[in-house]
Design a protein around this ligand. Structure first.
Ligand SMILES: *Cc1c(COP(=O)(O)O)cnc(C)c1O
Length: 399
């Protein structure tokens, strides 16, 4: 179990973990940028990156330094005291978004859980106890009981009954389906600018603008779950910017921590109505994690960084469209560096396994869909290599 070049898999106590996922027989031991190494010293080009998490790739120097500097100063002082890194990160987030107040959490689900609680509190104070939040079919908002209930994932439906009530489901890009669910119990609408786990299904910019107009007209909160689309993933800092809207509440996770457990709930002043004791958590605003988040966001905000993300996003789209044309596959969907390739038939799992054998890590959110989640720092050469490998894998697929 040391980091010698090669260790046999049976040296690892894999049976000691709860068996909650079909994991391949690999143990990853080291990463560097777009690359990751397994227990046998094999190297993979990583287009999963911790599930859309590592904005700057594996173990980037700027985040290592932030972590080490903060670790030497203060791990945590607890949620009952202010600490410097969380204040610095909260200020950076509010300076670069339409929001005024931040609550930090450790996971995206916890941030969404907080958003649901904040909306319900606001409904209690300002809307006669309204508590329902309209969410969408195929949405993914996390794995706590309330966020599973808010999700529209078919596999969740039969699990852990009874669900938390109050999450009627509308259809993405169908405003009428939202309007039909709005009653005097409704307090808000929660939407992902791009439904990532559903297979990279974008909300149209016009639909997001219509949702903003509808929620304003009916006095409802608009909550955007930007856990996957935020932090520059789509080529703009926030996914909702493309539509030119200003939501009331936003949640962040994944690339906010860029590899460490950090997420956040942001709200405008008018909506941030938590009172003492309403919301908390032992590790909320943890200095170690928020120091890393501050370094990650500062890097993404540096001049030219998002220009490069947009350029690499265009390169990746072109490369995927070429693979699709060559093999007569389906459409390329998404924005920036959150793209999916539709394979046209249910072979994605097989493609992922064969790509891994060829030294490329890919993700499949749906049986016929590949999702590409490179770091925002991916190079053109790495995109070309990914496309060449994918092309060869698909060429060898049985008909
Ligand atoms: C990943 C994700 C979540 C859940 O975040 P966790 O950190 O896994 O709890 C919620 N919403 C969206 C859109 C996500 O992509």
């Amino acid at each position: 179990m040391s980091d010698t070049a090669s260790t046999a898999l049976d040296a690892y106590p894999t049976e000691c973990l709860m068996n909650t996922a079909a994991r391949p027989p690999l143990v990853f031991v080291r990463g560097d940028g777009s690359w990751i190494w397994d227990h046998e010293g094999r190297r993979y080009l990583d287009f999963v990156q911790g599930w859309a998490v590592n904005a700057l790739g594996h173990s980037p120097r700027v985040l290592r330094e932030a972590l080490e500097t903060q670790a030497a100063r203060l791990f945590t002082s607890g949620p009952g005291f202010f600490n410097e890194p969380s204040l610095r990160l909260a200020r950076l987030l509010t300076e670069h978004s339409p929001f005024d107040r931040v609550f930090f959490t450790s996971s995206g689900a916890e941030a969404n859980e907080g958003a649901i609680k904040l909306a319900r509190k606001w409904g209690t104070l300002h809307k006669g106890g309204a508590f329902e939040i309209v969410t969408f079919r195929n949405a993914f908002h996390g794995r706590t009981l309330a966020t599973m209930s808010a999700s529209g994932k078919a596999q969740f439906e039969a699990l852990f009954e009874p669900k938390v009530p109050g999450f009627p489901k509308a259809t993405l890009n169908d405003l009428g389906s939202v309007e039909a669910l709005v009653t005097d119990r409704t307090v808000g609408v929660m939407v992902e600018p791009i439904q990532g786990e559903a297979g990279v299904l974008p909300a149209d910019d016009g639909f997001l603008r219509d949702l903003r107009a509808l929620t304003r007209a009916r006095g409802l909160l608009l909550i955007v779950d930007e856990i996957q689309t935020g932090m520059g993933r789509t080529g703009r800092l926030w996914g909702h910017e493309h539509a030119g809207i200003e939501p009331d509440i936003m949640t962040l996770g994944k690339m906010l921590g860029s590899g460490v457990p950090l997420a956040a709930l942001l709200a405008t002043d008018a909506v941030a109505c938590f009172e003492h004791g309403d919301q908390g958590g032992t590790l909320t605003g943890n200095p170690l994690m928020t120091a890393v988040g501050h370094a990650a966001l500062s890097t993404i905000l540096a001049p030219g960084f998002l220009d490069d993300v947009r350029a690499r996003g265009a390169d990746l789209r072109t490369a995927l469209e070429e693979v699709s044309r060559t093999h007569d596959l389906g459409e390329v969907r998404g924005r920036g560096l959150l793209l999916a390739l539709d394979l046209g038939r249910e072979i994605a799992r097989d493609v992922v396994v064969r790509a891994r054998a060829a030294g490329l890590l890919l993700n499949t959110p749906r049986p016929s869909t590949l999702r590409l989640l490179p770091p925002l720092t991916v190079s053109r050469g790495e995109i070309d290599l990914m496309a060449r490998t994918l092309d060869a894998v698909i060429a060898e697929m049985p008909a």
